[in-house]
Write a new protein. Structure first.
Length: 131
C-alpha cells in the first residue's frame, strides 16, 4: 500500500476510526484498487505507533462494510466489488467536492503543508462547524 495513513492523537476521534476512515476514503477515491493488499495488522500498527488491536478493529469495521476481505493466505485486500449502496444518510461525493479536495491538496502543497497538517486543518474547521 503506497498511500500514507496518519494518526492524530490530539483529536477526539479514536485511532481505529481514523485508520478506518482514511482507508475507506482511499478506496472511495480509487487510490486503493480492488485486490490491493493492505499491510498486516502488526506492520501497520508498528508504522503508526498504535496497538495491533487498533488496526485489527479498523480492518474488522472495513470488512463489515464490505470494503475489504480478509483470509489466511492473502491477508487483507480491497474487496473485488465495493458496495454500491451507501449507508443510510451517506451520499457519494459529487465531482465538484472531489475537485475541491484535490484543489485543497494542491494549494496545501504549494504552501508547504504536509498531509498531516492538511488533515488537522480540515478536521479543526469541521469541528468548529460542529460536524
Amino acid at each position: 500500500m503506497d498511500a500514507r495513513i496518519f494518526i492524530d492523537l490530539e483529536t477526539a476521534t479514536p485511532p481505529y476510526e481514523q485508520v478506518q476512515s482514511q482507508i475507506s476514503s482511499l478506496i472511495a477515491v480509487g487510490a486503493l484498487q480492488p485486490g490491493t493488499r493492505l499491510p498486516t495488522v502488526r506492520s501497520l500498527a508498528a508504522d503508526l505507533g498504535v496497538a495491533a488491536g487498533t488496526v485489527a478493529r479498523a480492518y474488522k469495521e472495513l470488512e463489515a462494510a464490505g470494503l475489504v476481505v480478509t483470509n489466511r493466505r492473502q491477508g487483507t485486500v480491497v474487496a473485488a466489488s465495493v458496495p454500491t449502496m451507501p449507508k443510510a444518510g451517506a451520499v457519494e461525493p459529487p465531482h465538484r467536492v472531489m475537485a475541491a479536495v484535490e484543489h485543497l491538496i494542491v494549494e496545501g502543497e504549494k504552501a508547504g503543508l504536509d498531509s498531516k497538517m492538511l488533515l488537522t486543518l480540515l478536521q479543526g474547521r469541521l469541528n468548529q462547524r460542529g460536524k
